[in-house]
Write a protein that binds this ligand. Structure first.
Ligand SMILES: [Mg+2]
Length: 368
């Protein structure tokens, strides 16, 4: 039985503002959910509501978390199917806060099963997860300098934020970055819905000589007609990110041939339960996926890395947000190796927790 739920709104300053075509972020303002069972065992989850993508804010996620918590008290935490449906019945959308609750439930159940979360989800450690690092959308010279710094730090994969108008500026950025980092570095790009169809066409054909692995979200997330038109002609594989929040979106995009790849994020799908459905629908369509993040700490990223190990069609890993935070308030959980592969512990659950002294800095909301 779920006995008690604690909710915290936390704040961590970023090393420097994170800039995408949708705007800049200076702090990660994340929401933490701790779900205790009647034995006093708890699972812990984290979400990062990104207002320009989710339409959710920290204040909103905390308010909804209280409502959800009241409904979950007394329920069996093992019945995740029922609990996810209960949350969806109570509140439409709000994938971010639902993902924190879902993450806490999976952590709790895996802990009680005595298994690391990846094993609880049926995964294995056969797969090596190597993260990229992300270059913000800035002036060309600043982006080149950042890309060079990341390569010096040992990153072999860079994700470049573009989506500026006109798209020709983006081609110039990518040309300069490719020249600076050489041919052996993998470059992937993300336009974050910044282009029109015409911009996207120019930019995608303009970047064809610079060996781009894939491009995320070229046009507006709702513009499925132009997404499909671009997939039909693009020389670079196109990945749906903002266009696919959940499994329903995944099915629509696949039916409409509106993407070559899907970027799964627990913060979009509403957590692990629905993310598994996206991965399964993609698998059925012979489609590969990326696992991405918002600005979660190492706690949220730990849960994501465990999830990543459970799906063979997740080939791309964009799990770099802890590297952008000015402090690491997390105990246990994943660590990054020198080659930026991710080391996953055998601790039951996702293995991560917040340092109690860190959580004590923020008001605690308790629902019993
Ligand atoms: Mg993206």
């Amino acid at each position: 039985m779920i006995d008690k739920i604690e909710i915290y709104g936390i704040q961590i300053e970023l090393n420097e503002p994170f800039v995408i075509s949708k705007g800049a972020l200076s702090h990660a303002r994340n929401t933490v959910v701790k779900i205790y069972d009647h034995q006093g065992i708890y699972g812990i989850g984290e979400c990062c509501p990104f207002r320009s993508i989710h339409g959710e804010t920290q204040a909103g996620t905390i308010a909804f978390a209280k409502d959800l918590a009241e409904a979950l008290i007394g329920k069996n935490p093992e019945e995740i199917h029922n609990l996810v449906h209960l949350m969806n019945k109570m509140i439409v959308g709000n994938a971010s806060i639902k993902s924190a609750v879902d993450m806490a439930l999976y952590d709790l159940n895996a802990k009680n099963a005595g298994k690391p979360l990846y094993a609880f989800l049926g995964g294995s450690k056969d797969k090596k997860i190597v993260t990229d690092n992300t270059v913000s959308l800035l002036s060309e010279d600043k982006m080149v300098a950042k890309a060079e710094k990341f390569v010096d730090q040992g990153f072999k994969i860079l994700k470049i934020k573009i989506g500026d108008r006109p798209g020709t500026n983006d081609v110039s950025r990518i040309k300069a970055i490719r020249k600076a980092v050489g041919e052996h570095i993998t470059l992937r790009v993300d336009a974050n819905q910044g282009w029109s169809y015409v911009d996207a066409k120019k930019a995608l054909f303009g970047m064809v000589d610079y060996n781009i692995e894939h491009c995320e979200e070229p046009v507006h997330a709702n513009n499925i007609i132009d997404q499909a038109r671009l997939v039909a002609i693009s020389p670079i594989p196109l990945m749906a990110d903002e266009a696919v929040f959940n499994h329903v979106d995944a099915l629509r995009v696949i039916r409409n041939k509106a993407a070559d790849l899907i970027n799964i994020k627990l913060g979009k799908s509403g957590g692990i339960y629905n993310a598994m459905k996206i991965a399964a629908i993609a698998e059925a369509a012979d489609m590969n996926c990326q696992l991405g993040c918002f600005s979660e700490s190492r706690l949220g990223i730990s849960a994501m890395a465990h999830f990543d190990l459970a799906w063979n069609n997740i080939l791309y890993h964009d799990l770099d947000s802890p590297l952008m935070l000015s402090e690491d308030p997390v105990v246990g959980g994943i660590t990054y190796n020198a080659d930026w592969s991710i080391n996953i512990t055998e601790t039951p659950g996702h293995g991560a927790d917040f340092d109690p002294a860190f959580l004590a800095r923020f008001p605690k909301i308790e629902i019993k």
